[in-house]
Ligand binder design. Structure first.
Ligand SMILES: Nc1ncnc2c1ncn2[C@@H]1O[C@H](COP(=O)(O)OP(=O)(O)OP(=O)(O)O)[C@@H](O)[C@H]1O
Ligand SMILES: [Mg+2]
Length: 465
């Protein structure tokens, strides 16, 4: 059976140049192979998120009445600590360019109690979406803005240098200006002091710290009563090099339409937003009817409508949560998915289990990912002129040791590699570049001799590895 054509083989589908803002049009195999660049194994989880992502793109291609019917199938990732749950979600977010919020379920408290209420996650998501959009738009209008910035700089530069500037014949004025422009572009005027007029930052805003559900309501008087404060501006003197970024930001902001931005940010949130709900197991509790369980269930109840689809008020407008994708994760060691309230269980129909990582996975995690820990340490040490090399045998030894410590003490998954490597490289990290420089080769016996002393004493291993 062939489901898809290999298509664009060779380079990865996401070359830097094609890192477009919204790419949830990636096919599932493409998503998986992108995730493979950073995460070892966990194929089920990768496939599940890839399909979920593709399904929302598929949905958007459907005619309107049907598209409204198709709701996202939320995913529950179940697996021990340190095996890649958060990492998968994090990478997915970077890949898609969708507004993506990662939050811990434990951060929320039931409505009526002091703390953050669940709806604030949607408000946060909209803020995020808005910020992403603003960045993107600013890039689009950057060039046009830069031209205005240049003109403003020329004006500021011309003013003190040619007092009679305005009275000269038009042709000469233009010529002088073009000469100045050439000099500005060549970079020779960067140190010149200019006086520029910058508009003052936003009009006064008051944060009203209200009761539950009322947090973060800022009242921007300027927005409520436009014209009342006017747009004040202030003259400042500074170097051309310092003025340019300030003017650029101002010109870009001036070209953005706040209302359009807000409308589009909300549309994006509704259509392609992803919320990653970490530690969901921590708010699951067998029903006992009193103690902390009551408030846990309260949080679940508050979460439910949001996951199910509701309308949340934000300061930028109303947001419908129907098509937002929720990916929940948790170890579910103590509490089981069945300890969640039934409605909540039903909201996360796709269950994927992530596997415990063993010695073989650790070897691959050390060797393969583009950002592997070893590569990170190598890059760091290179700054100090040290070329770090670990032999294949050394890598195997580290993986074996990490797995062993995980079994003997507590299984913290791939995080163990970080503690082991840090311990192993401590001498080099400390002594580079003064006592250690040039090439440093670490072989299996070195790994053993450095780590054995710690490792042999179980109590010590518990603390330092
Ligand atoms: N399969 C894997 N491949 C590569 N790196 C991994 C893998 N699993 C975990 N890691 C690395 O281990 C660290 C911890 O992983 P992550 O944050 O995803 O754990 P988690 O599953 O979310 O655990 P927890 O339940 O404690 O939140 C990260 O730095 C991640 O890069
Ligand atoms: Mg996590």
């Amino acid at each position: 059976m062939v489901f898809y054509m290999p298509g664009r083989s060779g380079s990865s589908p996401l070359d830097e140049a094609s890192r477009a803002p919204l790419v949830d049009s990636l096919t599932p195999p493409e998503v998986v192979s992108e995730l493979d660049r950073f995460i070892v194994g966990q194929t089920d989880a990768k496939r599940a998120v890839a399909i979920a992502l593709r399904n929302r793109w598929r949905r958007r291609q459907l005619p309107a009445p049907l598209a409204d019917e198709v709701l996202p199938k939320n995913i529950l990732m179940i697996g021990p600590t340190g095996v890649g749950k958060t990492e998968i979600a994090r990478r997915l977010a970077r890949l898609t360019g969708s507004p993506f919020l990662k939050i811990e379920a434990t951060k929320y408290t039931e409505v009526g109690y002091v703390g953050r209420d669940c709806e604030s996650m949607i408000r946060d998501l909209v803020e995020l979406s808005l910020e992403m959009l603003r960045q993107q738009k600013r890039q689009e209008i950057g060039q046009a803005a830069a031209r205005s910035v240049e003109d403003r700089l020329l004006e500021a530069l011309a003013a003190p240098h040619a007092p009679g500037f305005g009275s000269e014949p038009a042709r000469e004025r233009v010529e002088a200006r073009e000469k100045l422009r050439a000099r500005l572009r060549s970079g020779e005027l960067e140190e010149e002091i200019v006086e520029i007029e910058l508009s003052e930052s936003a009009p006064p805003a008051f944060k009203i710290a209200g009761g539950p559900g009322m947090e973060e309501i800022d009242v921007r008087l300027g927005e409520m009563m436009p014209g009342m404060f006017g747009s004040r501006s202030r003259k400042r003197r500074m170097k051309v090099a310092e003025a340019r970024p300030l003017l650029q930001a101002e010109e870009e902001e001036r070209r953005l339409d706040r209302q359009d931005l807000a409308r589009e940010a909300i549309a994006r949130t509704e259509q392609s937003g992803i919320v990653f709900l970490d530690e969901l197991d921590k708010i699951a509790g067998a029903q006992s009817g009193h103690g902390p369980d009551v408030s846990r269930q309260g949080v679940q109840r508050d979460l439910l409508p949001i996951v199910e689809g509701t309308i949340v008020q934000t300061k930028h407008g109303q947001v419908r949560t129907d098509h937002i994708l929720f990916i929940a994760a948790g170890a579910f060691h103590v509490a089981k998915p069945s300890d969640l309230i039934p409605e909540m269980q039903g909201r996360f129909p796709i269950r994927v289990e992530l596997d415990r990582l063993d010695k073989n996975d650790f070897e691959r995690i050390l060797r393969e990912p583009e950002n592997s820990l070893i590569k990170q340490y190598q890059a760091l040490l290179e700054v100090d002129g040290v070329e770090l090399q670990l032999t294949e045998a050394a890598v195997t030894e580290i993986a074996t040791l990490a797995d062993d410590v995980n079994r003997r003490t507590e299984d913290i998954g791939a995080r163990r590699l970080a503690t082991v490597l840090e311990r192993l490289l401590e001498p080099v990290l400390f002594d580079a570049p003064l006592k250690v420089n040039g090439r440093v080769v670490i072989d299996a016996p070195d790994v053993r001799s450095i780590l054995d002393a710690v490792y042999q004493q179980q109590d010590l291993a518990r603390y330092v590895l």
